[in-house]
Design a protein around this ligand. Structure first.
Ligand code: IP8
Length: 257
């Protein structure tokens, strides 16, 4: 099976609060359906989560009472986003249901811990895709915390043993320099740990769960001899389908040294 993370940068406009990129989501859902592969999707929060979470310091846990309505609002917003993603999956012909992250996981000092994941397995075995998402989750030490889709993916890797994990974002992959500022920046097709240590990964977006560096670190932890990890652009129509079909596409594959 394959795990796919729909990054917030593809499914939302990260710079504008509460903006859904319906077209990209629809295309990706259709491509997943067309591939015929067994897949579970997790998605990020994008502008439905990060903007308010950052404004209210939710990633640091509880510090003042005004955060509480913000927690409720972010939970509401990411559930709205999740409903739209789940709707597109079902419209594409993929039976899918929402599984709120807090129903299977808790956090302890920002670390995600599994509680009861039997519902995930039961849905999957029933031919229904459980769809989890970056969310505010209760934390045993900090009262609440921000759980990213990447953290969820890392846990699901242990449960489902995927042969491949695909992180879909709005860039072609990782470059050896910032392509916005350097026209000679080159896409890194295969990323090893030694190459990664030399690459600049400065980001300017509003992201409370870490930027591209944290994401690639997660990918290094996930990838193994039996599971490869790929970063691909989901805004280019057809690219995800080509990747799923085993064709050569523009992307970055993470390789363990
Ligand atoms: O977009 C973040 O999840 P991510 C979750 O996967 C919230 O990093 C609520 C900001």
């Amino acid at each position: 099976m394959i795990l796919i993370k729909f990054g917030g940068s593809v499914i939302t406009d990260k710079s504008k609060y509460h903006t859904f990129n319906a077209e990209y989501v629809k295309n990706m859902c259709n491509e997943i359906r067309e591939s015929g592969k067994k897949i579970i999707i997790v998605h990020g929060a994008g502008s439905f989560g990060h903007i308010l979470a950052k404004k209210n310091n939710l990633d640091e846990g509880y510090s003042c009472p005004t955060q509480i309505p913000a927690v409720a609002q972010v939970c509401y917003d990411v559930r709205e986003l999740n409903s739209m993603v789940v709707k597109e999956l079902n419209n594409a012909g993929i039976p899918a249901v929402s599984v709120p992250t807090g129903s299977c996981f808790m956090m302890k000092n920002k670390k995600l811990i599994m509680k009861d994941v039997s519902v995930l397995k039961s849905l999957y075995n029933c031919g229904i895709m459980p769809v989890m998402f970056g969310d505010v989750v209760m934390d045993e030490k900090l009262r609440f915390g921000i759980c990213s889709g990447d953290q969820i993916i890392e846990k699901l890797t242990k449960i489902f043993n995927p042969s491949r994990v695909i992180f879909v974002s709005d860039v072609d992959g990782l470059y050896d320099d910032d392509p916005q500022n350097n026209p000679n920046a080159r896409l890194i097709k295969e990323l090893s740990r030694s190459t990664f240590d030399k690459v600049s990964t400065d980001i300017t977006v509003t992201d409370v769960t870490g930027g591209i560096r944290e994401k690639i670190e997660t990918m290094f932890r996930i990838c193994s001899d039996s599971c490869d990890c790929v970063l691909v652009n989901g805004t280019v129509k057809g690219r995800l389908l080509s990747l799923l079909n085993g064709e050569k596409v523009m992307c970055t594959t993470i390789r363990r040294d």
